[in-house]
Write a protein that binds this ligand. Structure first.
Ligand code: AMP
Length: 113
Protein backbone atom coordinates (compact mmCIF):
# COMPACT_ATOMS: atom_id res chain seq x y z
CA UNK A 1 0.00 0.00 0.00
CA UNK A 2 1.21 3.54 -0.62
CA UNK A 3 2.72 5.50 2.23
CA UNK A 4 0.31 8.37 1.66
CA UNK A 5 -2.63 9.38 3.81
CA UNK A 6 -4.91 7.48 1.42
CA UNK A 7 -2.80 4.33 1.69
CA UNK A 8 -3.09 4.57 5.47
CA UNK A 9 -6.86 5.05 5.26
CA UNK A 10 -7.17 2.03 2.96
CA UNK A 11 -5.03 -0.15 5.25
CA UNK A 12 -7.00 1.01 8.29
CA UNK A 13 -3.97 2.59 9.93
CA UNK A 14 -5.85 5.89 9.93
CA UNK A 15 -9.59 5.61 10.56
CA UNK A 16 -11.89 7.40 8.12
CA UNK A 17 -15.56 6.81 7.44
CA UNK A 18 -15.98 5.14 4.06
CA UNK A 19 -19.05 6.06 2.05
CA UNK A 20 -18.46 3.05 -0.18
CA UNK A 21 -15.98 0.22 -0.42
CA UNK A 22 -15.50 -2.75 -2.69
CA UNK A 23 -12.54 -4.97 -3.53
CA UNK A 24 -11.03 -2.34 -5.85
CA UNK A 25 -11.64 1.05 -4.26
CA UNK A 26 -12.96 3.18 -1.45
CA UNK A 27 -14.95 6.43 -1.43
CA UNK A 28 -14.48 8.99 1.34
CA UNK A 29 -15.58 12.54 1.99
CA UNK A 30 -12.88 15.11 1.24
CA UNK A 31 -11.60 16.56 4.49
CA UNK A 32 -11.58 20.06 2.99
CA UNK A 33 -14.66 20.14 0.75
CA UNK A 34 -14.65 22.62 -2.13
CA UNK A 35 -18.38 22.17 -2.81
CA UNK A 36 -21.42 20.98 -0.82
CA UNK A 37 -20.70 17.47 -2.15
CA UNK A 38 -17.03 16.54 -2.47
CA UNK A 39 -15.99 12.92 -2.31
CA UNK A 40 -12.88 11.06 -3.42
CA UNK A 41 -12.83 7.74 -5.27
CA UNK A 42 -9.55 6.03 -4.43
CA UNK A 43 -8.26 2.75 -5.88
CA UNK A 44 -6.82 0.27 -3.42
CA UNK A 45 -3.97 -0.37 -5.84
CA UNK A 46 -1.47 2.38 -5.07
CA UNK A 47 -1.06 4.05 -8.46
CA UNK A 48 0.84 7.27 -7.81
CA UNK A 49 -0.93 9.33 -10.47
CA UNK A 50 -2.91 8.75 -13.62
CA UNK A 51 0.13 9.02 -15.88
CA UNK A 52 1.70 6.16 -13.92
CA UNK A 53 -1.22 3.85 -14.71
CA UNK A 54 -0.50 0.92 -17.00
CA UNK A 55 -2.43 -0.74 -19.80
CA UNK A 56 -3.22 -3.54 -17.36
CA UNK A 57 -5.11 -0.97 -15.25
CA UNK A 58 -7.74 -0.57 -17.95
CA UNK A 59 -10.55 -2.33 -16.11
CA UNK A 60 -9.62 -0.71 -12.77
CA UNK A 61 -9.71 2.78 -14.34
CA UNK A 62 -13.07 2.02 -15.92
CA UNK A 63 -14.33 0.74 -12.59
CA UNK A 64 -13.27 3.94 -10.82
CA UNK A 65 -15.24 6.03 -13.31
CA UNK A 66 -18.30 3.84 -12.91
CA UNK A 67 -18.06 4.15 -9.11
CA UNK A 68 -17.66 7.94 -9.48
CA UNK A 69 -20.76 8.00 -11.70
CA UNK A 70 -22.72 5.89 -9.20
CA UNK A 71 -21.69 8.13 -6.32
CA UNK A 72 -22.80 11.21 -8.26
CA UNK A 73 -26.19 9.58 -8.74
CA UNK A 74 -26.53 8.48 -5.14
CA UNK A 75 -25.43 11.87 -3.82
CA UNK A 76 -27.99 13.61 -6.03
CA UNK A 77 -25.60 15.62 -8.21
CA UNK A 78 -25.60 13.57 -11.43
CA UNK A 79 -27.38 16.30 -13.41
CA UNK A 80 -24.48 18.68 -12.94
CA UNK A 81 -21.19 17.88 -11.31
CA UNK A 82 -17.47 17.73 -11.90
CA UNK A 83 -15.02 14.83 -11.94
CA UNK A 84 -11.40 15.89 -11.47
CA UNK A 85 -8.08 14.06 -11.53
CA UNK A 86 -5.13 16.23 -10.61
CA UNK A 87 -1.90 14.79 -11.96
CA UNK A 88 1.52 15.62 -10.55
CA UNK A 89 2.63 18.59 -8.52
CA UNK A 90 2.24 21.06 -11.38
CA UNK A 91 -1.22 19.64 -11.97
CA UNK A 92 -2.26 20.50 -8.44
CA UNK A 93 -1.92 17.00 -7.00
CA UNK A 94 -1.03 16.97 -3.31
CA UNK A 95 -1.66 13.35 -2.34
CA UNK A 96 0.32 10.99 -4.54
CA UNK A 97 -2.12 8.12 -4.64
CA UNK A 98 -4.50 8.34 -7.62
CA UNK A 99 -7.98 9.63 -6.80
CA UNK A 100 -10.98 11.08 -8.58
CA UNK A 101 -12.64 14.13 -7.04
CA UNK A 102 -16.44 14.15 -7.40
CA UNK A 103 -17.86 17.62 -6.75
CA UNK A 104 -21.33 19.11 -6.93
CA UNK A 105 -24.27 20.57 -5.10
CA UNK A 106 -23.70 24.07 -6.44
CA UNK A 107 -23.02 25.67 -9.80
CA UNK A 108 -19.34 25.05 -10.45
CA UNK A 109 -17.96 27.99 -12.36
CA UNK A 110 -14.49 28.47 -10.97
CA UNK A 111 -11.51 26.75 -12.56
CA UNK A 112 -10.18 23.65 -10.90
CA UNK A 113 -9.62 23.11 -7.21
P1 AMP B 1 -5.22 16.44 -4.75
O1 AMP B 1 -4.79 17.86 -4.45
O2 AMP B 1 -5.91 16.26 -6.06
O3 AMP B 1 -4.07 15.48 -4.52
O4 AMP B 1 -6.34 16.11 -3.69
C1 AMP B 1 -6.07 15.66 -2.40
C2 AMP B 1 -7.32 15.86 -1.61
O5 AMP B 1 -7.25 15.05 -0.47
C3 AMP B 1 -7.55 17.29 -1.15
O6 AMP B 1 -8.79 17.77 -1.66
C4 AMP B 1 -7.57 17.15 0.38
O7 AMP B 1 -8.51 18.01 0.97
C5 AMP B 1 -7.92 15.70 0.56
N1 AMP B 1 -7.48 15.09 1.81
C6 AMP B 1 -6.26 15.18 2.38
N2 AMP B 1 -6.21 14.45 3.51
C7 AMP B 1 -7.43 13.88 3.65
C8 AMP B 1 -8.01 13.01 4.62
N3 AMP B 1 -7.35 12.60 5.70
N4 AMP B 1 -9.29 12.62 4.44
C9 AMP B 1 -9.98 13.05 3.36
N5 AMP B 1 -9.49 13.86 2.42
C10 AMP B 1 -8.24 14.27 2.56
Amino acid sequence: MSDTIFGKIISGEIPAPKIFEDEHCIVINDISPQAPVHVLVIPKRPIKMLTDAESSDQSLLGHLLLVARQQAKELGIAEGCRFIVNNGEAGGQTVFHLHIHVLGGQTLTEQGL
